[in-house]
Design a binder for this molecule. Structure first.
Ligand SMILES: Cc1ncc(COP(=O)(O)O)c(C=O)c1O
Length: 364
């Protein structure tokens, strides 16, 4: 079976040095927020070119903590994309804030900037952008609008850590180290990135039950720490991350070259014009999606379906869509699939997948 990701190969690569670090950790027996977590935070911040990084238990908590750290009055309006993973929107409700959905673009599945402009109101206090599949949004326009209107910008970068356009702009950027992400731990993990010390301090308190001083709860927080074991795994994987990104990108280009020539009618949803795209997934639109997924399964190829419903159609969020239509989110979610992509995929495997794709297209 050709799987979407190949985590065993990543494990094989770091196995020897990981054993050494694990031994050291067990000898020290310091399993929570140890020095490795601090080292990781420094290295991640350097990688992201942000001033600070604060790690936490997962990407969902990173969003909850990021939004909490802004100290917005309850009921403030937060703009979120109509199409993303659940956490992009749930963090707003968990923080007692109000969701206003914005449609996405049909080109890259990120928030549509023209729609965003129309939806901004006097009550808007923050915008959350989800950079899906590795695609990023040019920040110049966002910088202008956020500065002009005094709106905070949170970027949900669970799928874009390492992607880059130009002049990165955000108040807080969050990411996830879920195992299948481009930089994945051996369990859950997440992080927030920021350039203002105020946000760093707030999130550091919030992730340890609001303790500014040990045993003293000063603000209402949660327990959301990155385990030292996960930090060690991430430190090892980080050594290879730049080369992983190059390999993913090269595999994505290989798919694109073939599809552009032989399957012109298939739309690819990755942006190849940005400076760096980490290509967390290889999303395309396909007709007869369920048939395609079972066809590929019979051929021994795993296909992803993220995401089959927009947030605006989920039970939890339906009532916040105010019966507006989110045409692009609906359109994309009906026929999106993702093809296997990872740093270890071979050209032979890709040729096989492309041949199957071709066969499906001719047959159905
Ligand atoms: C866009 C997006 N946001 C947030 C998350 C949440 O991350 P986690 O699973 O680590 O909580 C994910 C993970 O799937 C994601 O893809």
């Amino acid at each position: 079976m050709i799987k979407l990701v190949n985590l065993k190969k990543e494990y094989d690569l770091i196995y020897h040095s990981l054993l050494k670090s694990m031994n050291k950790l067990h000898n020290e027996s310091s399993y929570i927020l140890n020095s490795d977590v601090k080292i990781l935070e420094k290295k991640l911040a350097l990688f992201k070119q942000s001033k600070y990084c604060v790690t936490c238990a997962n990407g969902t908590d990173a969003l909850i903590l990021a939004l909490k750290s802004l100290n917005l009055p309850s009921g403030s309006e937060v703009l979120v994309p109509a199409y993303s993973w659940i956490s992009t929107a749930s963090c707003v409700l968990i923080n007692n804030l109000r969701i206003k959905f914005v449609d996405i673009s049909r080109d890259d599945c990120c928030i549509d900037l023209n729609e965003l402009k129309k939806k901004i109101s006097k009550k808007t206090r923050a915008i959350i952008i989800a950079e899906l599949y590795g695609n990023v949004i040019p920040s110049n326009y966002l910088r202008k609008i956020c500065k002009q209107k005094n709106i905070y910008l949170i970027i949900d970068g669970a799928q874009s850590f390492g992607s880059y356009e130009q002049n990165d702009f955000y108040d807080i950027y969050t990411t996830s180290f879920f195992p299948a992400k481009s930089l994945g731990a051996f369990g859950d993990g997440g992080a927030c990135f920021m350039n203002k010390i105020r946000f760093k301090k707030n999130i550091e308190y919030l992730r340890v039950n609001g303790q500014k001083e040990k045993y003293h709860s000063s603000i209402l927080g949660i327990n959301s720490r990155l385990d030292s074991m996960q930090a060690i795994v991430l430190l090892e994987k980080l050594k290879f991350y730049k080369s992983f990104i190059k390999k993913r990108y090269s595999a994505a280009k290989y798919y694109k070259k073939y599809i552009d020539v032989n399957l012109k009618e298939i739309q690819i949803l990755l942006n190849f014009n940005q400076k760096i795209n980490i290509c967390t997934n290889f999303p395309i639109l396909i007709k007869k999606r369920n048939l395609f997924i079972s066809f590929m399964k019979d051929k021994g190829v795993e296909i992803g379906k993220n995401y089959p419903f927009p947030l605006t159609k989920q039970q939890t969020f339906k009532k916040f869509s105010n019966n507006f239509s989110f045409r692009n989110a609906d359109y994309i979610s009906k026929s999106i699939v993702t093809l296997p992509i990872n740093p270890f995929i071979t050209r032979k495997e890709q040729d096989y997948i492309l041949n199957c794709l071709n066969e499906f297209n001719k047959t159905f």
